[in-house]
Design a protein. Structure first.
Length: 214
């Protein structure tokens, strides 16, 4: 089997009897040809199309030094809700190590997508990744955010951008929701302090039938 590596992806070509790698041209590093034994595909370690990274190849799919990330939520008239996005952005930046990460609100609060886009460009970004902090795709993701991003980008020629998918049905969200449920139940039982979301609200408590009569 012969596989051709294009843009980090292996694509099946033909069969041979040894494993070798060759380059199509001494002046070019792409494509790279990888040859495997005839029975190599019978194992569970190879699929018809396999994407992988190699140390000597530049990662083209990740966030680079000249990229910026904007995390955008809906925006709220409640200041504390807007400040929570700032806290999340700080957490995200610290954990990922991405050099430029900015918060933005779609409406009702500042900074706007336009403001955040400009801030990213001022910090040296030439590609802006706009990540909607929304659970599911709806009108805001399909229409509003792309429209606002388009208007923002028009003021910065030469800077590309992409609006990524919302959170959606990601497996990691199962753990997040389950952790939140367990923490709130422990708090209601008096075993945990309030979390930062509920702090000072008194809302995280069990409501019985006696409460419904008042």
């Amino acid at each position: 089997m012969s596989l051709v590596l294009r843009s980090g992806c292996l694509i099946s070509q033909s069969s041979t009897s040894s494993i070798t790698t060759t380059r199509a041209s001494p002046q070019k590093s792409d494509p790279i040809f990888v040859r495997f034994p005839k029975n190599f595909h019978q194992g569970s370690h190879l699929f018809p199309k396999v994407c992988f990274s190699m140390e000597h190849r530049k990662e083209v799919y990740g966030v680079g030094e000249s990229d910026a990330v904007i995390i955008v939520d809906h925006g709220s008239r409640r200041e504390k809700s807007n400040l929570m996005l700032n806290e999340f952005v700080m957490m995200f930046k610290d954990k990922t190590g991405y050099p430029i990460v900015e918060p933005a609100h779609m409406e009702l609060a500042e900074p706007s997508i336009k403001d955040a886009f400009g801030s990213c460009v001022q910090q040296g970004a030439n590609r802006v990744i706009i990540s909607p902090f929304f659970l599911f795709p709806g009108r805001h993701w399909q229409e509003d955010i792309p429209s606002l991003a388009h208007d923002a980008a028009k003021e910065h020629p030469g800077v590309s951008y992409i609006v990524t998918a919302p959170l959606g049905l990601h497996e990691s969200l199962v753990d997040v929701v389950n952790d939140r449920i367990k923490h709130c139940l422990r708090h209601a039982a008096g075993c945990e302090d309030e979390c930062s979301v509920c702090a000072g609200t008194g809302r995280c408590r069990l409501i019985g039938s006696q409460d419904l009569k008042t």
